[in-house]
Design a protein around this ligand. Structure first.
Ligand SMILES: *Cc1c(COP(=O)(O)O)cnc(C)c1O
Length: 273
């Protein structure tokens, strides 16, 4: 695959930060969270500046998975009003424990089994890992039942790795075409996890693929589908993602600190750090 980046653009110097993986210090005070959020926002702004984008066009989604309720409350106190969680049961438990924070919203960003659709339909505002019509159907049915709507992102496997969830890029157009039937799902855009690699160019290819796919889909998307959002980039690679058009970056460790559980717990096939 060829990259859209020409050697003269200067972006090829942007590196991944996967070498910091597992080394971020744990945030244990509101001050820590304020500091980390400001640092990430500054990196977002710098990446935007390199490609002439408005930093306001990038939403930072803090990812709180594995972290205890007390840390999430600190993040809330530092200003976070939406948190990303990979596993629905963990997210549900935190939602139940934090009912007092009535303006705190939840984004489920990890693979979901169809038989757990009803859990997401109960409490989530956003679901970023839609990858089958069976799941879309189950979510829609439960949402209609609850009288709720849900913002959804279609997850695409841009790295071609068998271990990664998401639709193969070539299957996305037909999938998109079927979605307007599910009226409780508000389709916002596409989501991907890039290849976990220290080779920035190979990571960038995944993001370029997602953007190119979005642009092509936009030309023929059903009128009821908004295809603006690109959720791509995490602590180790969000700057590259922003250079390639990310409108949502999902950042955990750089805000909350390193996680005790290995990533293989969340991303099957990923080697434990
Ligand atoms: C954990 C997670 C992230 C955030 O990863 P960090 O390395 O903590 O920034 C992003 N996306 C998904 C789907 C995740 O599960």
């Amino acid at each position: 695959m060829s990259s859209s980046i020409t050697p003269s653009s200067g972006l090829e110097s942007t590196q991944t930060h996967h070498d910091r993986h597992g080394l971020y210090p744990e945030a244990v005070s509101v001050e820590d969270f304020r500091h980390n959020l400001a640092a990430v926002q500054a990196r977002i702004a710098a990446a935007c500046q390199r490609v002439g984008r408005d930093p306001a066009s990038v939403r930072l989604l803090p990812v709180s998975k594995t972290k205890p309720e007390s840390n999430l409350r600190l993040a809330y106190a530092a200003g976070c009003r939406m948190l990303g969680e990979n596993k629905v049961q963990e997210a549900l438990g935190k939602w139940e424990a934090m009912q007092d924070l009535s303006d705190l919203q939840w984004s489920v960003i990890g693979h979901l089994q169809t038989n757990k659709a009803r859990l997401v339909a109960r409490f989530a505002s956003e679901f970023q890992a839609l990858d089958s019509l069976k799941l879309a159907e189950a979510l829609d049915r439960r949402l209609q039942h609850e009288g709720r709507a849900l913002d959804v992102f279609v997850q695409v496997n841009t790295s071609g790795e068998a271990s990664k969830y998401g639709l193969a890029p070539e299957n996305v157009p037909a999938f998109m075409h079927a979605l307007p039937a599910f009226t409780a799902l508000r389709v916002r855009g596409l989501m991907t996890l890039a290849r976990f690699s220290s080779e920035a160019e190979r990571v960038r290819e995944c993001f370029v693929l997602l953007r190119t796919l979005r642009d092509r889909l936009r030309q023929r998307a059903p009128a009821t589908i908004a295809l603006d959002a690109l959720s791509m980039g995490m602590s180790g690679d969000f700057e590259i993602a922003i250079e390639e058009g990310a409108t949502v970056v999902r950042v955990g460790q750089a805000i909350f600190g390193a996680r005790a559980l290995p990533d293989s717990h969340y991303w099957p096939g990923e080697t434990a750090q």
